[in-house]
Design a protein around this ligand. Structure first.
Ligand SMILES: Nc1ncnc2c1ncn2[C@@H]1O[C@H](COP(=O)(O)OP(=O)(O)OP(=O)(O)O)[C@@H](O)[C@H]1O
Ligand SMILES: NC(=O)c1ccc[n+]([C@@H]2O[C@H](CO)[C@@H](O)[C@H]2O)c1
Length: 218
């Protein structure tokens, strides 16, 4: 079947009237990398990334050790993020258009399309109003050493001060994770040390099944 814009339907992605949300977390686990590859593969999908909602540095408080508290929900404009997620839920087609993405008509009618929202972030399972929306949850994990190494190669704005990883980021990761420990049965855990292509193939396969399941449920 031909889609709008002359693109062919990819038979791996079953058509359905679904607004799916999926989600990734853990700093430097590879969330952004995987999410953007997924977005390229999945027709009618787009990404909402939690990192886009950080408050200005002047609004982020310090902890008692003098470290800026970036790894808490209060450092983020979560209501703004929810507003964008709600806007997607109300009208995914127009949301895609606003993002400069075209809708790919896979079925004859727009009512039968699959729309997938990829929500990517390090603290999304900890924010209940968002957490309860997801159809599918992925948790990317990497061990301490790899996480510390990858993080040391990144430059955030503002950059991590000396000792930030051990003094703040890793302890906060453990704390934030503990907060959602009772939910972990719902997660698909991904080993972020695996090659990017392997992770992408595994999630694409899993997601295709999930879309099929949602389609049958609808
Ligand atoms: N599967 C992988 N194997 C090896 N390196 C990877 C893999 N995925 C991502 N990386 C690298 O790890 C670093 C962090 O990746 P990425 O920005 O995708 O992580 P993130 O989880 O989104 O980080 P953040 O905490 O900033 O949100 C980048 O340098 C990226 O190239
Ligand atoms: N403004 C930013 O994007 C920013 C500033 C300082 C720290 N961070 C870090 O981003 C990670 C999540 O991707 C968190 O661990 C923050 O520490 C981001």
């Amino acid at each position: 079947m031909r889609e709008r814009g002359g693109r062919r339907r990819d038979p791996r992605w079953p058509p359905a009237r679904v607004s799916g949300e999926l989600n990734f977390r853990m700093t430097n686990g590879g969330k952004t990398t995987l999410a953007s590859s997924l977005q390229e593969q999945i027709p009618n999908s787009c990404i909402i990334a939690q990192d886009s909602y950080f408050k200005d540095d002047s609004e982020v408080p310090m902890d008692s050790n003098g470290f800026k508290q970036y790894d808490i929900l209060e450092a983020l404009h979560m209501q703004m993020m929810m507003r964008d997620v709600d806007s997607w839920r109300r009208d995914p087609e127009s949301f895609l258009r606003q993002q400069g993405l075209e809708t790919q008509l896979i079925e004859p009618s727009v009512d039968n399309q699959v729309f997938v929202l990829i929500v990517e972030g390090f603290l999304i399972f900890n924010y209940r109003p968002l957490d309860e929306l997801f159809d599918k949850k992925y948790f990317m994990e990497i061990p301490y050493d790899a996480c510390k190494r990858r993080r040391s190669l990144r430059v955030y704005t503002p950059p991590d001060p000396p000792g930030y990883f051990d003094g703040y980021v890793w302890p906060m990761y453990l704390k934030n994770r503990e907060e959602i420990e009772s939910d972990t049965s719902e997660f698909v855990f991904l080993d972020g040390l695996k090659p990017k292509e392997e992770l992408l193939a595994a999630v694409c396969k899993d997601l295709c099944q999930e879309i099929q399941r949602l389609r049958e449920k609808n």
